[in-house]
Design a protein around this ligand. Structure first.
Ligand code: CA
Length: 229
């Protein structure tokens, strides 16, 4: 459940905000002083903070600045005075949004939801994504070292995976068996290059619909193999 911290000294307003946000499924905590609000914000994880400007203990300007130094959490600043909102914007304290009191609880809820959705997208975008090659129905997840055909995972040995991935990363390039043997088996081509043929056959059995008419790895007679795209 998403958690929201309200830092607001007018208890009636804080309670009203809390009621509406709880009805919308959020978990809400209230702090009535700026300094205590800052401490709570620093010591716990919240998904969004609603911050009043005029507060006892420490004003909202300072609370916002200090939270922003340490945390990425969206901050929605509220004030009774339009002039204050303009001032906050001018200071560039890093608040994500501003609302002038009085505002309707439903407007607050709508804004909170919009910021959370935006924040989730940003956080999601920052996460590392897997390195994936997708060609027609074939999907190679290089990070997880997994292969899928039309969404169905196929089991690959290490060398089969390396060979398929190497070919798929160099599409339309013809490689001789000797070249592939050197690349994948990491040895001088004094070994048995027939092992390349055996591996190609196994890969085809896993990825091709009809191994007699390969869609992915094509045999170039007398030369070697290429990955078709
Ligand atoms: Ca206040």
């Amino acid at each position: 459940m998403s958690r929201i911290l309200i830092i607001e000294d007018e208890e009636a307003i804080a309670d009203l905000e809390k009621d509406y946000l709880e009805l919308s499924g959020f978990e809400v905590q209230i702090e009535n002083r700026g300094d205590q609000g800052l401490q709570t914000a620093m010591n716990h994880e919240f998904d969004l903070i609603i911050l009043d400007l005029m507060l006892p203990g420490m004003d909202g300007f300072e609370v916002c600045r200090r939270i922003r130094e340490a945390r990425n959490v969206p901050i929605l600043m509220v004030s009774a005075k339009k002039d204050d909102i303009d001032k906050i914007r001018g200071l560039g304290l890093g608040a994500d949004d501003y609302m002038t009191k009085p505002f309707s609880p439903s407007e607050l809820v709508a804004r909170v939801k919009a910021h959370m959705a935006r924040y989730q997208r940003l956080v999601g975008a920052g996460q590392k994504t897997n390195d994936i090659i997708e060609i027609r129905g074939l999907k190679i997840d290089k990070t997880a070292r997994r292969v899928y055909i039309d969404g169905v995972e196929k089991n690959f040995t290490t060398k089969e995976f390396d060979l398929l991935t190497f070919l798929a990363e160099n599409p339309n390039h013809v490689f001789s068996k000797e070249e592939l043997f050197r690349k994948i088996w990491n040895m001088e081509s004094v070994g048995d290059i027939a092992t390349v043929t055996v591996h190609i056959k196994k890969i085809r059995e896993k990825v091709e619909f009809d191994t007699s008419k390969p869609q992915y790895i094509e045999t170039i007679w007398g030369v070697g193999y290429r990955f078709k795209i």
